[in-house]
Ligand binder design. Structure first.
Ligand code: ADP
Length: 617
């Protein structure tokens, strides 16, 4: 061995090392990821050289990574047959700070809070991370160049490093020997390193052997061509990567070059893994950069409502060393998430069109997430809105349609999409609102879930059509001709006016307005909402959550002038004020009950008893 040449680290390297060594950061595991990813890069570079260079030192050596742990010697050795480094490269690469990761690290340290040791672990600091766990590191290396020398780079990570020429001929690549710190002896244990490799390096494109046993057996399918992958391989991958036991329901394997280089493989599980009341599941799509894991549960990548997705997104455009913190405000990550979200929604739309039956299955399990998306995320509401499905007044029970189908069969000139939110179909069909729409052949979407209230509140319109609740008082029915003429004679105009006056007095402040209805067909009364009033369902929800609420906006009451009950009430109001008053109050409560607005039924029951007594004489 020739004499060692001593070198001092560049000042910035010293800075990085100081922080790395003195940091109290607990998650030291990432040093394995960093060294393995360097080894993988070196192998990748060699693979490229093989196309152009005839003469490569140790040309037949396998492109693989070998890791050896030695508990007794307290060492960890990471070895690759990559391009290696010559003298100049050793000085340049491991003595200065010309490379990306460490630079970004220093920058963040300068900008941020130096005392916050957490910042450190969130960065990959590349090669220097070895000094988190080792008090001495040796790099035995031989460059791929046939005339290169076998060299040993050695450092304690403090003052500097030395480079020695090794007289013995080694093999091509790098062998990095870490003499572990006492408190880091754990990393000389096989199982410890195995666990780390499984987390971060499962898809490294070269075989990794740990103590002669192959550890990474699953291919990075997302980078392969679709026609080279079998169904079984996809399913296997889904189960392995997503730690799943079911089969995937949908799969989207998608690549793009612009605006970002993306390779992604997404899965929708068979069943919804989130149970009501059990809290939200973590995001399931992991972020990779060239097959190396960056984050297995990135919060910032996809919108929260896509947390049911599993799989992988890989983008070469991301720096491997991107930190979780800088991910939050990285416009690159946002853009990546946005491109994938739009692509996935487009995919769902196509599924819905091409195979409505399987979309129905999907929808019955995952519609909650789509609705959450509409209600919480304005960016995608138009695309999401298109994916929603509801029963309607024109479908059978259990059959659902989307807005596109609704619009396709809407009346000419119809600018609105009508909907009603209620407990269930029977409640809507028994109520006083639907009849008006039926008589005019207008379709009404039926919604049964509390979250639909938020969905409708967040969707003023879809595909250029306004969404309008059926109990709104300002719907212009004159635009739509009734296909069925109402039966019977209406109350004479004079009697009608008198009855309206009587009821205005009887209802007092409880009604903003009382009038004879043009819309009612079979029901005697209906309570309608003015523009801007809080909907009954929203009130109920807020009440359920014990929220402070302003008093309900007074409703507008409409009377059906052709209904027998109304005609009789008109007659009675002239003769028996007491009975007419009781009936008026009861009609009011009936209307409120149908509207979902009756908050207290105590009075109603007492009154009904009185009315029953009277009816029996
Ligand atoms: P980064 O990988 O972000 O560039 P590192 O500190 O990890 O930063 O590595 C610095 C440089 O050292 C690398 O860019 C590479 O040129 C060289 N290097 C590190 N490990 C190896 C290796 N196993 N084989 C060949 N070159 C390596």
């Amino acid at each position: 061995m020739s004499e060692a040449a001593k070198h001092t680290f560049q000042a910035e390297v010293q800075q990085v090392l100081d922080i790395v060594i003195n940091s109290l950061y607990t998650d030291k595991d990432i040093f394995v990821r960093e060294l393995v990813s360097n080894a993988s890069d070196a192998l990748e570079k060699l693979r490229h050289l093989q196309h152009t260079e005839k003469d490569i030192f140790d040309g037949k050596a396998d492109l693989e990574i070998r890791i050896t742990t030695d508990e007794e010697a307290k060492t960890l050795i990471i070895e690759d047959r990559g391009i290696g480094m010559d003298h100049e490269e050793l000085v340049e690469n491991l003595g200065t700070i010309a490379h990306s990761g460490s630079k970004a690290f220093l920058q963040a340290m300068a900008e941020g809070d130096q005392k916050n040791s957490n910042v450190i672990g969130q960065f990959g600091v590349g090669f220097y991370s070895a000094f988190m766990v080792a008090d001495e590191v040796e790099v035995h290396t031989h460059s791929w160049r046939p005339d290169a020398k076998q060299l040993v780079w050695k450092s304690d990570g403090k003052t500097g490093y030395e480079i020695t020429e090794d007289s013995e001929e080694g093999s091509r690549g790098c062998r990095i020997v870490l003499k572990l710190k006492e408190e880091c002896e754990d990393f000389a244990k096989d199982y410890r390193i195995k666990g780390i490799l499984e987390t971060y390096s499962s898809f490294v494109p070269f075989p990794i052997f740990l103590n002669d046993e192959r550890v990474n057996k699953v291919e990075a399918l997302w980078l392969k061509k679709k026609n080279e992958i079998s169904e079984e391989e996809y399913t296997e991958f889904y189960k392995f990567q997503g730690k799943a036991f079911d089969e995937p329901r949908y799969r989207l394997h998608f690549s793009a070059d612009a605006p970002l280089a993306i390779n992604s493989l997404l899965f929708v599980p068979k069943e919804n893994p989130e149970f009501p009341g059990m809290g939200e599941i973590d995001p399931g799509v992991a972020l990779y950069c060239r097959k190396i894991l960056i984050d297995d549960k990135p919060e910032e990548l996809l919108p929260k409502w896509l947390r049911f997705l599993k799989g992988v997104i890989d983008s070469e455009d991301l720096p491997l060393n991107i930190s979780r913190e800088s991910m939050q405000d990285s416009s690159l990550v946002k853009k990546l998430g946005d491109v994938i979200t739009k692509r996935f929604l487009k995919f769902l739309d196509k599924q819905a069109t091409d195979d409505p039956e399987s979309y129905k299955e999907f929808y019955s399990r995952f519609s909650r997430f789509l609705k959450e998306g509409v209600a919480t995320d304005f960016s995608y509401r138009e695309q999401l809105g298109k994916l929603l499905r509801y029963e309607s007044s024109l479908t059978e029970e259990g059959e659902k349609i989307g807005v596109e189908a609704y619009i396709a069969r809407a009346k000419e000139g119809q600018e609105e999409i009508f909907y009603q939110i209620a407990q269930n179909r029977a409640a809507i069909e028994a109520g006083p609102y639907l009849e008006t729409f039926k008589a005019r052949g207008l379709e009404v979407l039926f919604m049964y879930e509390p979250i639909d209230e938020y969905v409708m509140g967040s969707l003023p319109e879809l595909q250029g059509k306004k969404l309008v609740a059926v109990d709104r008082s300002d719907i212009d029915f004159d635009k739509y001709e009734a296909t069925e003429k109402p039966e019977g004679e209406p109350l004479p105009e004079k009697d009608g006016e008198k009855l309206v006056d009587f009821l205005k007095k009887a209802f007092g402040e409880r009604a903003k307005e009382v009038r004879l209805s043009k819309r009612l067909v079979d029901s005697p009364v209906a309570a309608l909402q003015s523009e801007g009033a809080m909907s009954p369902q929203m009130r109920q929800m807020m009440q359920a959550m014990n929220q402070e609420m302003p008093g309900a906006d007074p409703v507008e009451i409409e009377l059906n002038p052709r209904h027998d009950l109304i005609k009789k009430l008109a007659a009675t109001s002239a003769k028996d004020k007491e009975l007419a008053g009781l009936v008026a109050d009861q009609l009011y409560d009936n209307a409120m009950l149908s509207a979902g607005l009756l908050e207290d039924s105590k009075d109603m029951v007492n009154r009904l008893n009185t009315l029953l007594e009277k009816a029996m004489g």
